[in-house]
Design a protein around this ligand. Structure first.
Ligand SMILES: Nc1ncnc2c1ncn2[C@@H]1O[C@H](COP(=O)(O)OP(=O)(O)O)[C@@H](O)[C@H]1O
Ligand SMILES: [Mg+2]
Length: 224
């Protein structure tokens, strides 16, 4: 589904050059859960932003379904993200005044679904993440883990091929974090979704199909 070729990303910080990523070669197969593991500052977010076409590499290529996306225009990258990708972030960015259902439904409205389809799909996605009984609660009436599950439902609602989750469990306790990862794993196994998730938490890695360990912008270990 995704493959990189000698991917590098440098940042200029004053007179200093920061090598956030160096010569990254990874392959993400469809229908798998891939974990990018590493300490803070190891390059996880930079890599997710590149794979999700949110940032441009300094060098190297990124193939998304055999197309080099580093060559696409901004308009085409927007379309690629809109049609094929979903995103979940560490800080759960739900709309505070909307219920769980409305948060998911709103994303579908933006994606151009008609009213009836929106209702069906929003309910189906919230059910998939185990929130069928919490649909009409607002974020503040939900636990952190439940909120992150709403964010997952929102990220998968438009049927993306791949979902990127950047430290989705970082603000949750271990138990809730594991529940959230389990939901992602179920979506991989039952819906054939492809998930790329970053974490610094070693207790998460057993659940992955493939684990890339990053250290100072370099892949130091690949475990399948
Ligand atoms: N926009 C930026 N400008 C300068 N340096 C950056 C920028 N983004 C990330 N970095 C640096 O790149 C390295 C990797 O950062 P990041 O990908 O955020 O790591 P992680 O997500 O694993 O914590 C760090 O040294 C960070 O300070
Ligand atoms: Mg990060």
């Amino acid at each position: 589904m995704i493959r990189t070729e000698n991917l590098s990303r440098q940042f200029q910080s004053g007179r200093e050059v920061i090598h956030a990523l160096r010569d990254i070669n990874i392959q993400i197969n469809p229908g798998t859960l891939t974990i990018l593991r590493g300490r803070s500052g190891s390059g996880k977010t930079t890599l997710i932003n590149l794979l999700g076409a949110l940032d441009k590499p300094t060098e190297g290529k990124i193939f998304f379904m055999d197309q080099d996306i580093t060559k696409l225009s901004e308009v085409k990258k927007d379309l690629l993200r809109k049609n094929n990708m979903g995103f979940i972030f560490q800080s759960i960015a739900l709309m505070p005044l909307m219920t769980a259902y409305e948060n998911v439904e709103f994303g579908l409205r933006v994606a151009g679904y008609d009213k009836e389809k929106r209702k069906k799909r929003a309910e189906a996605c919230l059910t998939m993440v185990g929130l069928q009984n919490r649909m009409h609660h607002r974020p503040q009436e939900l636990s952190g883990g439940e909120q992150q599950r709403v964010a997952i439902a929102r990220a998968i609602a438009h049927k993306p091929k791949v979902v990127f989750a950047d430290e989705p469990t970082a603000e949750l306790d271990t138990n809730m974090g594991l529940q959230v990862v389990k939901v992602l794993k179920d979506l991989v196994e039952e819906e054939g979704l492809t998930v790329v998730m970053s974490t610094h938490d070693p207790s998460m890695i057993d659940i992955a199909d493939c684990v890339y360990t990053l250290e100072d912008g370099v892949i130091v270990d690949i475990a399948e």
